[in-house]
Design a protein around this ligand. Structure first.
Ligand SMILES: O=C(O)C(=O)C[C@]1(C(=O)O)C=C[C@@H](O)C=C1
Length: 364
């Protein structure tokens, strides 16, 4: 390509950037106007609801449906995700708690869901994320709930039994693990590998094949593992890209998870109910009488009404030995007439039933 052609294309790009800049600024002014309308329409005692997950899902889906390339749908949606995040921050900057320290997959999930214009607040434990949201110190929390390789995250499920929370969203994150070392690590003398217990389990086969005799040490998070490695010449860590970049570590081996589709699903917890979008999921907790056929009774109303169950987990209940609660996710919104009927039927059979929330299915 000649220098002249390159010059001409750059002039075109500059002109397009100017138009994009103007359009984004127009959009941001619209969001400021939206905030004023939301404030104006408040009744006494009500507080404004700036964050609207159902609307955000609609905006992103529309972008994906209209996109004609060459950028892929997900790439385009990610760009709009960030524009919306900045627009929302103009209306009201959100505070979001996640399982820290900085650099964890939970933080990556928070950024994927809310964009980078939120204030993200690291917490030391999952339970603290719940407490921070319950106390109103942050607007939302992001907690891991299940991993495609290792199954349920029991700390999160148990925290739902202890706190009154509304689930207002979900986000799925592809989890890639790397073996990371620091500048001073002697890579042929590694005697210890740090990571979160879940991540060690997700890389079990790889570790057995490559480091069968090296001690595996479970720590509170992958980011914590990465932090430790910086100052230990004989250690390595298993963590993701965010932690590697944050702590300036080098990848000795990339994508070492045993299953290439390894993903974690996170939930967004808050106190705000989300209206239906037409493409929603609902999460409930049910506790049944301890008698033969209890699980069957629980499942029949879903089957009879053609409602698609996406997950069912069992946890010991806190109220008695050998009694259990079921965590169930299904497709639909609790305000849909069909779902309403099923929930009424379940409530008649169950010892306790709690709707944790209905929320838009993850778009990205
Ligand atoms: O539509 C709204 O209610 C807005 O506040 C605007 C907007 C947007 O930028 O599109 C911003 C934040 C909300 O979470 C949803 C959408």
């Amino acid at each position: 390509m000649s220098e002249q052609e390159l010059q001409a294309l750059r002039v075109r790009i500059d002109n397009l950037d100017e138009r994009i800049l103007e359009l984004i600024s127009d959009r941001a002014r619209c969001a400021e106007e939206v905030a004023r309308v939301k404030m104006k329409e408040l009744k006494e005692g009500e507080s404004p609801v700036f964050y609207r997950p159902e609307r955000e899902a609609q905006v992103l889906k529309r972008v994906m449906a209209r996109n004609q390339g060459p950028l892929g749908n997900e790439e385009m949606a990610r760009l709009f995700r960030e524009i919306m995040s900045s627009c929302l921050a103009l209306e009201n900057p959100l505070k979001v708690a996640y399982l820290g320290p900085e650099g964890t997959f939970s933080q990556a999930a928070a950024m994927k869901h809310f964009g980078h214009a939120v204030i993200s607040v690291p917490m030391a434990a999952i339970d603290e994320v719940f407490r921070e949201v319950a106390a109103g110190a942050v607007n939302f929390g992001v907690v891991p709930v299940e991993n495609s390789t290792e199954g349920a995250i029991n700390h999160t499920l148990d925290s739902f039994l202890e706190h009154d929370m509304v689930i207002c969203g979900e986000v799925e994150l592809r989890i890639h693990h790397h073996l990371l070392v620091g500048e001073t690590t002697q890579t042929d003398k590694i005697t210890r590998i740090y990571s979160h217990a879940q991540s060690l389990a997700q890389c079990r086969k790889w570790l057995d094949a490559h480091y069968p005799n090296v001690e595996r040490v479970a720590v509170s998070s992958n980011a914590d593992a990465a932090k430790r490695v910086k100052s230990e010449w004989n250690s390595a860590a298993i963590a993701g890209d965010m932690a590697a970049n944050l702590y300036g570590l080098t990848k000795l081996a990339e994508k070492i998870e045993d299953r290439p589709d390894n993903s974690t699903r996170f939930l967004i917890i808050g106190s705000q109910e989300v209206p239906p979008t037409g493409d929603d999921k609902t999460s409930i907790i049910v506790s049944m009488r301890n008698k033969p056929g209890a699980l069957h009774e629980l499942l029949v109303p879903f089957h009879n009404n053609g409602i698609d169950l996406t997950r069912i987990e069992t946890r010991p209940s806190r109220s008695g030995k050998w009694t259990y609660v079921f965590f169930i996710d299904f497709v639909g919104h609790h305000r849909d007439p069909l779902v309403k009927g099923v929930l009424e039927k379940l409530a008649q059979e169950a010892v306790a039933l709690k709707v944790l929330g209905s929320y838009p299915k993850a778009v990205l």
